[in-house]
Design a protein around this ligand. Structure first.
Ligand SMILES: O=C(O)CCC(=O)C(=O)O
Length: 288
């Protein structure tokens, strides 16, 4: 088999794995130059918090910081997105013709910081489709025991209520429970779930469908994890309505808790079932 044919076969296998499992591990996908661009983006985000920046689980007294959808940070991620051709990578993974950047999210854990609760990202976003992905990049090595975990294939199952990211019960719902089923208590019964994870070296990435159940990734005393989640969407994505967020939850996406711009601007005029589009989402890839 010639090199192009081999590459095509490998791309086909990766696409199938992504469709089936909802997550793939891409070792050494970013070289040193790309990693440096990622670090510059992360440092900018930390130095320039948006109105959505927050310390999660502040009662724990360790650092579990996040910020997201800071449109002012996008130019600082643009060199990485384009030089590493992450749009082309997503197009190959999904087999689609157009790829847009959705938004970035940064996580910073230091010391003995708790697990990220199990959740599905699409519970928080008004978007549905197969052509979506999150690229999770860690600037620090992450051993297997502290890596982000996934329930394989769960993106093809039901969409659960979001985790409210508050208190001791990670299944505490984001929305009124009548509207969406409560998350299962995965930690209480791990053997019942097909959980997968990988050790991560800087330069590796995990790419997952945002409906895949994921969580974990605690850090230990003296430890630090600097992570960027880059989010992308493509051709088949539609706007969907999510329920209103309960006032007790620490996180939300519909109540303008996101970033430097009012996120609802991006969905203005859309009704459920419309294609998910806005001219301000940077277009990263268009098939010639
Ligand atoms: O890095 C983490 O701990 C959480 C990542 C995550 O949940 C996400 O990017 O959706």
């Amino acid at each position: 088999m010639s090199d192009p044919a081999l590459r095509l076969a490998a791309a086909g296998a990766l696409r199938q794995r992504y469709r089936e499992d909802g997550v793939v591990h891409l070792p050494k996908v970013l070289d040193a130059e790309m990693l440096e661009l990622a670090r510059q983006g992360f440092d900018w985000s930390l130095a320039n918090p948006s109105s959505a920046a927050q310390q999660l689980f502040p009662q724990d007294g360790t650092r579990f910081y996040q910020d997201l959808f800071n449109t002012l940070s996008w130019p600082h991620y643009d060199p990485l997105l384009r030089k590493a051709d992450l749009g082309g990578l997503m197009a190959q993974l999904w087999g689609c013709e157009n790829v847009w950047f959705f938004f970035e999210q940064v996580f910073h854990k230091q010391g003995a910081s708790r697990r990220t609760p199990w959740h599905q990202d699409t519970s928080y976003f008004p978007v549905a489709g197969e052509d979506m992905a999150v690229m999770w990049i860690s600037l620090d090595p992450v051993p297997l025991s502290q890596s982000l975990e996934f329930v394989r294939g769960s993106h093809r199952g039901r969409l659960f209520n979001g985790s409210a990211f508050t208190g001791d019960d990670d299944t505490a719902p984001l929305y009124d429970e009548a509207e969406m089923p409560r998350l299962p208590d995965i930690e209480a019964d791990r053997a019942r779930f097909d959980i997968v994870s990988w050790p991560i070296e800087p330069g590796d990435a995990l790419v997952f469908h945002p409906s895949t159940l994921h969580g974990g990734g605690h850090t230990e005393t003296g430890g630090e994890r600097r992570t960027i989640s880059l989010r992308f969407f493509g051709d088949d994505c539609n706007f969907v309505q999510r329920p209103g967020v309960s006032k007790d939850s620490a996180v939300g996406f519909n109540r303008q808790e996101t970033g430097s711009r009012d996120v609802s601007e991006f969905y203005e005029g859309l009704v459920p079932g419309d294609r998910f589009r806005h001219p301000d989402f940077p277009k990263l890839y268009a098939r010639a």
